[in-house]
Design a protein around this ligand. Structure first.
Ligand code: G3P
Ligand code: MG
Length: 255
């Protein structure tokens, strides 16, 4: 069903690394996730105007930095000086926007698995996918089961699949009827469907698990909800609290 069956996903993946505890998608968030004993983290990647892949969620700078304007219209050099931490707490005043390579190096040092979400600016889907694959091939062990690439953008996922026949892919969905997910996951040999947790019912979960190996749900910050989802058949959840299940006796870190 999928292109690579060696992937070992944990039950919980740190969303935007550890978005509840540190400014999302920063080095501080990655370090926090590691300190909280996360096995895997999720983060978002887009391109600067001069085509540098950075770890960042929004199209615009205003919410999570002291800058303004579109990321896609800003040179990397101009992003480097921005404060990407104070919006969260003054103690993170020194946080900068990391490059994808910064994140890959650090995640590798900590032996973290990664779910790299390609979050392209409009019109940059193909180019973002190409830069991501290029950087991964240079800086990440592609075949050791520690990588899942996901996106809401089908063109981005298609381009990744053209460039790498084996890398595990996950299709992201915010609405079930947004796309023909059955056909797309089949055509792209997707490993997982990553879906908003409020859309899930037992029937829908059953239908999804007939088509893909793994079902991941975002974003779940409530422990009881997490266990309900696992009982319903969800394999892994994304949480801003990578330690959400840390002290639960029945929690095994991997499937
Ligand atoms: O990959 C799961 C989740 O991160 C998708 O939504 O907007 O938080 O990137 P978003
Ligand atoms: Mg994301």
């Amino acid at each position: 069903m999928n292109a690579n069956t060696t992937l070992r996903l944990p039950k919980i993946i740190g969303h935007r690394a550890a978005g509840a505890y540190a400014p999302e998608n920063t080095v501080a968030a990655l370090k926090t996730a590691n300190n909280l004993k996360a096995k895997w983290i999720e983060f978002d990647v887009m391109l600067t105007q001069d085509h540098i892949p950075i770890v960042f969620h929004d199209d615009t700078l205003a919410r999570t930095t002291n800058g303004t304007g579109l990321v896609a219209h800003t040179q990397y050099q101009d992003l480097c000086s921005l404060d990407a931490g104070s919006w969260f707490s003054p103690k993170f005043v020194d946080e900068k926007i990391p490059t994808l390579v910064d994140y890959l190096r650090l995640a590798s040092d900590y032996h973290l698995g990664i779910n790299l979400e390609i979050k392209p600016s409009l019109g940059k889907e193909i180019e973002t996918a190409e830069k991501v694959v290029e950087r991964l091939h240079q800086h990440w062990p592609m075949q050791d089961g520690s990588l899942l690439i996901s996106s809401f953008s089908i063109p981005a996922l298609q381009r990744v699949r053209e460039l790498d026949k084996r890398v595990p892919l996950g299709l992201l969905l915010e609405k079930l009827d947004a796309v023909d997910w059955q056909t797309i996951t089949h055509q792209l040999s997707c490993y997982s469907l990553n879906i908003h947790h409020t859309l899930l019912t037992t029937e829908i979960i059953k239908a999804i698990k007939c088509k893909v190996d793994y079902l991941l749900a975002f974003t779940v910050n409530d422990k009881d909800r997490a266990f309900t989802l696992f009982e319903m058949g969800v394999d892994s959840i994304f949480s801003d609290h990578p330690d959400l299940l840390l002290h639960c006796p029945m929690h095994a870190p991997y499937h």
